[in-house]
Design a protein around this ligand. Sequence first.
Ligand code: NOJ
Length: 520
Amino acid sequence: MQEMNWWQRGIVYEVYARSFQDSNGDGVGDLNGILDRLDYLVRLGISAIWISPIYPSPMADFGYDVEDYCAIDPVFGTMADFDRLVAEAHRRGLRMILDFVPNHSSDRHPWFLESRASVDNPKRDWYLWRDQPNNWPSNFGGSAWEWDETTRQYYYHSFLKEQPDLNWRNPAVRKAMYDVLRFWLDRGVDGFRVDVMWMIIKDELFRDNPINAESRDAAPSNHRLLPIYNTNRPEVHEIVAEMRSIMDQYSNRVLIGEIYLPVEQLVTYYGQNLTGAHLPFNFLLLQAPWTAEALRQTISSYQSALPMGAWPNWVLGNHDNSRLATRIGVRQAPVAAVLLLTLPGTLTIYYGEEIGMTDVPIPPDEVQDPAEKNQPGIGVGRDPERTPMLWNDSESAGFTVGKPWLTVGVHYAGRDVASQERADYSMLKLYRRLISLRGSHPVLVNGSLNRIATDGDLLRYERANEAARYLTLLNLGSTPIQTFTEPGRILLSTDLAQDGREVNGRVELSDAQACIIELY
Ligand code: NOJ
């Protein structure tokens, strides 16, 4: 795998900072907690840690409302803790990716305090101020425009009113934000995951969005209009290319973009001649129904949409979506692991996926997520997928000695790291085997994906290069399936008893079984 970069070869592991490991008993995860778990991550075999925002923040949106882009919030630790974490991660061969939130700051950011102080303040034009609102909705419910009594204008916020959007048409904003990138790159950070990359710049004329004829009445308010003027504007690509050119001034850094768009638009974020994001996050598997045919279509459409030379990536979960094992069912979670780890390109694993964590129901009076508080009862809450990592079966799951900021939920036997370490067969051990297999078989990373096909609940495809060919078989159903294979050997199966078996001709997969066969 010599010729691949670390971010191509390896696996990105998302740590939701508040929920991974608390080290000081305040019930909130922190940097020293992550430090304590680095060896766990090394053993898991991942290559890079992406940490959700750790900057000073009033926490209206749990860190996605940044008050200072170049410091650490005391709840997570100090800059010295951060530097130590980066050094210790690097010492172990792990890379560190930070969350960069350029679209909006906190309303307590000094820039916004100045901006809202008076209409002639030099920072007025750092945010989006208008005399009249248009029809753009906030992603967290209601209008995206907030009236400001002092200066008698409205300001725009794609999310909470505590998260005013920055004006990316202003060169001073760009310069300030690019300085932020340099600040962290100079400290040794290996890359960024850029929050809502496709939203950063808005229509210059602030035109109203058209009605979405397909929206249902019960849909969240931001789905009732087509977001064509407030997101995915053509000018965004110039900004992404500027960010990329900064990354390119440093060696071996990665630019990842959070982008929820249909595949044809998503891939435009690789940029002209691949001068955009290295990895526009591919969330297609988060939205695909869990059927063999839907997955076949998803994989094929992504493959055929990828520009020449673009590096693929796949994501099964993150802190904004219901957990995988809840979406597709606990029985199917191992099948999803085999799918993910045999897809081409860079993979992202959300903390806890490797032990099959499920969504934790949050009682109404314990809801934390502002998106849900603003729009209760319509299923937009994200707390269930953000609950503490389950390290063991103790009361607070080994996450904290204090009271966890979100409940750890009911304990299910075997669904924690310690129990899975002890078990002969567990999700954790399956993930470790899959990650190590991928590490030792580069064709699973950069080989071509072909001969993808379905037969009822069976999904199959091959990964190949000149030297080797591997067949992935996945049973997405709950009854046994028979299929055929050329002569080969089962390299790995979710059914341990099958490992190493020679196969030729007919093979049977029990319900929810998946395997990887090395073809001779
Ligand atoms: C996307 C982040 O992933 C989400 O958690 C956050 O609420 C919004 N952007 C706003 O920053």
